[in-house]
Design a protein around this ligand. Structure first.
Ligand code: TZP
Ligand code: MG
Length: 234
């Protein structure tokens, strides 16, 4: 069965891995091996994010990653590049505010592919829902070395406010993950103080907490367990 990232399964977004190919984070590890181990440890969805490679490398790496994620029945999304997602036939894309607009991406990818959108504030989050986003990545929550061009830091109060505004507009059914500076030392706090009972956060997205880890499987298991414990308390 081919996974879709496009359903209401609450757990689909619980531990969302965003990859990084830079030596500072990936080191000399193999990206496919890291992703395979991370899924074994509990990652539920993967976004291939690579801001430095040429298009040829993007396509070939995406193909290899898709073999890994398909083996585990986990969806693969491509950051920024609708053409690369279409070329490899993976489950969808993740688009930022400066990328292709949702309507055009939807036209190209069709109704069954997943289109996730980055939102940095309440306005962006609501607009993305109005335009048909399948899920939202809300951030930046805490400052991070991983993304140099981060806009404002939302913090936990900003995250909670965004989730509540979405529920006031009737968008609490759209899945949400948060991103930015998240790791085992702050995830429990994020799930309890950043989430809203009216619109609970579906999950957490991380880059370095898994991609830079010496043992990506163990790191993923630890994060996954913390998220499970938090869900049980809410
Ligand atoms: N978008 C907002 S922050 C960020 C992205 C892609 C990077 C998050 O990386 P890390 O290592 O999990 O802080
Ligand atoms: Mg982008």
């Amino acid at each position: 069965s081919s996974p879709t990232a496009h359903n209401s399964d609450y757990n689909l977004y619980r531990l969302y891995l965003v990859t990084d190919s830079t030596p500072a984070i990936l080191g000399d590890k193999d990206i496919c091996d890291v992703v395979d181990r991370a899924i074994q440890g509990g990652v539920t969805i993967v976004q291939y994010r690579d801001k430095t490679s040429d298009t040829g490398v993007l396509v070939s790496t995406a193909r290899k990653l898709h073999q890994v994620t398909q083996k585990h029945h986990v969806p693969l999304l491509i950051n920024d590049r609708v053409d690369v997602a279409l070329a490899v036939g993976c489950e969808g894309v993740h688009l930022g505010q400066d990328d292709m607009d949702i309507a055009t991406a939807r036209q190209i990818l069709g109704p069954s592919k997943c289109i996730g959108i980055s939102a940095n504030n309440i306005q962006e989050a609501i607009l993305a829902c109005e335009q048909g986003a399948d899920y939202l990545g809300i951030g930046t929550i805490f400052s991070t070395q991983t993304k140099k061009d981060t806009k404002s830091i939302l913090g936990l109060a900003g995250l909670k406010q965004t989730l509540e505004s979405l529920s006031e507009k009737g968008y609490e059914h759209i899945p949400t993950v948060c991103i930015g500076g998240l790791n085992a030392s702050n995830i429990t706090q994020v799930m309890s103080h950043g989430s809203s009972p009216k619109n609970p956060l579906n999950g957490v997205a991380v880059v370095s907490a898994i991609m830079a880890a010496h043992d990506p499987k163990a790191a993923s298991m630890q994060l996954s367990n913390l998220i499970t414990e938090s869900h049980m308390q809410n």
